[in-house]
Write a protein that binds this ligand. Sequence first.
Ligand code: FAD
Length: 285
Amino acid sequence: MVKSYRPDTLPEALKLMETRDMIPFAGGTDLMVKYQSWKGTLPGFPKDVLFLNYISSLKKIEVKGETLVIGAGVTLSDVADYPETPKVLRDAVLSIAAPGIRNIATLSGNICNASPAGDSICALYALDASVVLSKSGGNRECALPEFITGPGKTSLNSGELLTAVKIPLKKANVQEFRKVGTRKANALSKLSFSAVAEIKGDTVDGIALAFGAVGPTVIRSTELEKKLTGKTLEQIKLIQKDIMNDYSAMIVPIDDQRSTAAYRKQVALNLLKNFLESGLVQEMQ
Ligand SMILES: Cc1cc2nc3c(=O)[nH]c(=O)nc-3n(C[C@H](O)[C@H](O)[C@H](O)COP(=O)(O)OP(=O)(O)OC[C@H]3O[C@@H](n4cnc5c(N)ncnc54)[C@H](O)[C@@H]3O)c2cc1C
C-alpha cells in the first residue's frame, strides 16, 4: 500500500528521501493529472508520496545580495506578487493556468515537471537561473540547462530535492514574454518566447533570447546572442537576416495535439523578428 509522509522540516524530508523511494509532491497540479484514476477513485500513485507543502523554510522568497532566491514551496502567485521578481518571469508565471492553480502550484514543480511547454522555464532560461539541489549530505547548484535534460527528464539524483531557484538580478531594461496558446487561461503553450536585454544608448549591452515548446528543451543560443551584443540598431538590421536563418536552423519543433511543427516554427520566428524590429527599438529610441 502507498504511504504518504508530511514532514515539517527540510532535514526530516531529506532523511525520508534518503531512506525511501518517494514522489515529492508540491502543489500536486501536475501529479494529480498524471496519476488521476479514470475510475473516479483516488489518484493511483505508484510510490509513496512526500508532501512538501508543510515545510515553512521552503516558502521563502527573498533577495540575497544580487540574487533572487525562491524556495521550492513558493507558489506561482507568490512569485508573481513579489516586487523584485523580474518582469519576464512575472509575465510567464501569470500566463500559467488560472488563479486557483497558481495559488497552489509552485515554481519548482513547474521546473521539475520539465515539460518543453513549461512557461516559467522559458523565462528562467533567459534569466540564467540555476537550481539548488539538496540531499542529506549537502547541496549542489546546477544551471537550468544542465538540470533539464529532456522532456519530463531532469538530472535530479536519487535522494535529492530541489530546494531553491536562484536568479541573478542583472540590469535588463527590456523584458518580454510571449505565449501562444489556444486561449488565455488554462491553455498550455503551443510555443513561448522570452527576451531579456540591456540597452545602453543605442547599443545592445547584453541580450538573452529563449524559445519554449519548439524543441525537447528550451532553445537558447549564447553564440547568436554574442553576435547581437555590442551592436547598434542599424547594425542589427544588417545582420538580422543571418541571425533569423541561424535561429531557423535551431528551431525544430514537433507536431502534437496542441499544434503543428510548421506553425510553431513560423510563429517563433515571427516573434523573434517582431522583437528585433520593434521590441528592442522601443527602448533604443
Ligand atoms: C488546468 C491546468 C492548467 C495548467 N496550465 C499550465 C500552463 O499554462 N503552463 C505551464 O507551464 N503549466 C501548466 N500547468 C501545469 C502545472 O500547473 C505547473 O507545471 C505547476 O507549476 C506544477 O507545480 P506543482 O507544485 O503543482 O507541482 P507538482 O504537481 O507537485 O509536481 C510536479 C513534478 O515536480 C516534482 N517536484 C515538485 N517539487 C519538487 C521538489 N521540490 N524537488 C523535486 N521534485 C519536485 C514532482 O514529483 C512532480 O514530478 C497546468 C496544470 C493544470 C492542471
